[in-house]
Design a protein around this ligand. Structure first.
Ligand SMILES: [Zn+2]
Length: 140
């Protein structure tokens, strides 16, 4: 990376204390290779340069926060959804005839797969949040 060498008369971004904004400034004075004083191109005030482009060192740990551990149900759901043909998901409705293995698109719980059904009207269905027992119209 080639370092851009600045000198008096060049333009740089600085935070203006009057405008309270980061804007284009004309460099007025340099101290060695650093911009010392700048003139705001917006209001014309001359002030010490405040570098806005240098990224602040992160005070937080660079480690990404640990993902919450998946429950067994979530893992199972993930595996099922990975294999499932989600385009064949059936919108959940209590009257829609369903069978074990169907993919259900539930308005609150999202996608789920029917694990088992109990005549005449109950199904055990796994959603991301876990297994739920819902009313349905058992077709098999
Ligand atoms: Zn200004």
């Amino acid at each position: 990376m080639i370092k851009k060498i600045l000198s008096a008369g060049n333009h740089t971004l600085s935070r203006c204390s009057k405008c309270k904004e980061t804007s284009n400034h004309t460099i007025v004075a340099m101290v060695e290779d650093r911009v010392a004083r700048v003139e705001c191109n917006v209001c014309g005030s001359v002030h010490n340069h405040r570098n806005t482009t240098a990224p602040k060192p992160r005070s937080t740990s660079p480690r990404t926060p640990a993902q919450p551990r998946k429950t067994r149900a979530q893992a199972q759901w993930g595996n099922l959804m990975a294999e499932a043909d989600q385009t064949r998901a059936v919108p959940y409705h209590i009257k829609t005839p369903v069978k074990t293995g169907y993919i259900i698109d539930h308005p609150s719980f999202g996608l789920g797969q029917i694990l088992s059904t109990t005549r005449p009207n109950k199904m055990e269905i796994i959603f991301e949040q876990g297994v739920k027992l819902l009313l349905c119209n058992v077709a098999d």
